[in-house]
Design a protein around this ligand. Structure first.
Ligand code: BTN
Length: 332
């Protein structure tokens, strides 16, 4: 088991960084030590640790000056959220620690972030390859809704990812039911939700988000892409995550509002398309025509009957059809 306490943000380093950022010039060791109420040797030791983390801090007779910060997803990079973040340069899966934390009563909004996952988990017991350069995190949510509506959380989170991509890169991301984010039809982000609930009350839903940010996807892989491959340049992962966390905060109150369904439909690449949904115990083929208030996909089969898929793997068949055409279904 990971020593959870040790992984929380170091308060002194947080304060040193804040002081250096705010000051913007050389700040003497003496001033820092007075401000923080610790010895100059202690300040120096913390500066060394920050340098080890990748912060470039110039040291001269005038003191310390912050030159640049690394593109790491360190808690210090998300002012105001530091206390909620557990950060790891490497972990098995952020889902596992998040579950442990949630069971111990961690507050809503607690976030577990890792630079690399050695056993990243995807949906339907798949593996989620999690090398350096991606963004991997799990957020603990405690929505006060019936468990029946839990799939809406996936829809909402996928909306926030698409909006963050649009805001920062002006790219049109689309959503594939139940919770993939695509760019030009290729998956750029996967979402995995794990729920702990009783009959009518949710204890927690942990939502794991994996984004292909600065990773390179092999040429032969036609179903996935990364932000770096799409844009032809690396992105600032910390800036992206900052915007995404802001969007999650903004959309949370909309979870059960009509707005979130409307927004999902607007961004959807699945609706009005022939699909094959491999659901637990059944395979449904037909035209995806709508989602209901629980987030289930409504599929019109070729015999005209309507079926709802609550969960499963959705395969898009053929190109998106015009709104009115309910053509024959091809099998990929
Ligand atoms: C999918 O299969 O599409 C879902 C992938 C979810 C991956 C994320 S990365 C952060 C979190 N930790 C994990 O082990 N999985 C999720």
């Amino acid at each position: 088991m990971v020593n959870i306490l040790k992984m929380k943000v170091n308060e002194t380093r947080k304060q040193i960084l804040k002081a250096l950022r705010d000051y913007g010039d050389y700040l003497s060791g003496e001033m820092l030590s007075e401000r923080l109420g610790i010895s100059r040797v202690s300040i120096w030791k913390h500066i060394c640790s920050l340098k080890e983390d990748g912060y470039v801090i110039d040291t001269s007779a005038r003191g310390y000056r912050l030159v640049s910060s690394p593109d790491l997803l360190l808690p210090y990079e998300f002012p105001g959220l530091e206390e909620r973040i557990y950060y790891f340069s490497e972990i098995g899966s952020t889902m596992d620690l998040a579950r442990e934390l949630a069971k111990k009563g961690a507050k809503e909004g607690t976030i577990v972030i890792a630079e690399v996952q050695t056993h990243g988990r995807g949906r339907l017991s798949r593996e989620w390859f999690s090398p350096k350069g991606g963004i991997y995190f799990t957020i603990i949510l405690r929505p006060r809704i019936s468990p029946a509506y839990a799939p809406r959380i996936n829809l909402m989170i996928s909306i926030t990812v698409a909006i963050a991509i649009k805001k920062l890169f002006r790219l049109n991301a689309q959503l594939k039911w139940p919770n993939d984010v695509l760019i030009k039809g290729r998956k750029v982000c996967g979402i995995l939700a794990e729920m702990n609930a009783e009959m009518d009350v949710i204890n927690f839903v942990n939502v794991g988000i994996g984004i292909n940010a600065n990773t390179s996807i092999p040429q032969f892989e036609k179903t996935a892409t990364s932000l770096k491959d799409t844009l032809g340049r690396e992105i600032s992962r910390k800036k992206f995550l900052g915007v995404l966390l802001g969007e999650i905060e903004r959309w949370q109150p909309q979870l059960m509002k009509e707005d979130s369904l409307v927004e999902w439909k607007k961004l959807s690449e699945t609706l009005n398309r022939d699909v094959k949904v491999i659901a637990p115990g059944e395979v449904i083929v037909g035209r995806a025509i709508d989602i209901d208030t629980t987030g289930a996909l409504i599929i019109k089969q070729s015999n005209g009957s309507l079926t709802k898929a609550m969960a499963g793997d959705c395969i898009h068949l053929r190109e998106k059809a015009p709104e009115t055409d309910m053509g024959a279904v091809s099998s990929q």
